[in-house]
Design a protein around this ligand. Structure first.
Ligand SMILES: [Zn+2]
Length: 146
């Protein structure tokens, strides 16, 4: 995973990472041009999500293809960056009001949020994501604000 400084269109360099052991991860990235720093804090589930994407924070696993995908998402807010086709969404559909609620999620994380809810539904054999399913998933997974 990389961060781009939108103003400078430069790739930010990785500064530090902490893995306290409870699955929480903190990482900071600095723009070499303007010095802007962004930090990322993920909860255990998000860390797992990132790990499951094969992305190693601050390391250099990162095959070219997925990196481009993540960069595209971070830089351009491509909302379906985490949807890599039918395999991801399976047979889970979204009700109209759930789609409406999803539309209110900021574009740059919408794809990831959609994947989290879709995976939640799939794992439980739920065919349709409704706002009630979203509420249940949010409470169960600790996703306040998603
Ligand atoms: Zn910059």
């Amino acid at each position: 995973m990389k961060f781009l400084c939108v103003d400078c269109d430069r790739q930010m360099t990785f500064e530090e990472r902490r893995l306290p052991g409870d699955g929480t991860l903190a990482a900071a990235f600095r723009c070499p041009q303007c010095g802007r720093v962004v930090a990322m804090l993920t909860n255990p589930m998000e860390t797992q999500l990132v790990a499951s994407l094969g992305v190693q924070i601050g390391g250099r696993t990162i095959p070219a293809q997925p990196l481009e995908m993540v960069r595209g998402m971070v830089a351009g807010g491509k909302e379906d960056a985490f949807d890599d086709g039918k395999r991801e969404t399976g047979n889970v559909t979204w009700s109209a009001d759930a789609q409406e609620r999803l539309a209110r999620v900021p574009g740059f994380v919408r794809g990831m949020v959609k994947k989290i809810y879709t995976d939640y539904a799939k794992e439980r054999g739920i065919a349709e994501v409704t706002t009630a399913v979203m509420d249940a998933a949010r409470a169960e997974l600790g996703l306040e604000g998603m």
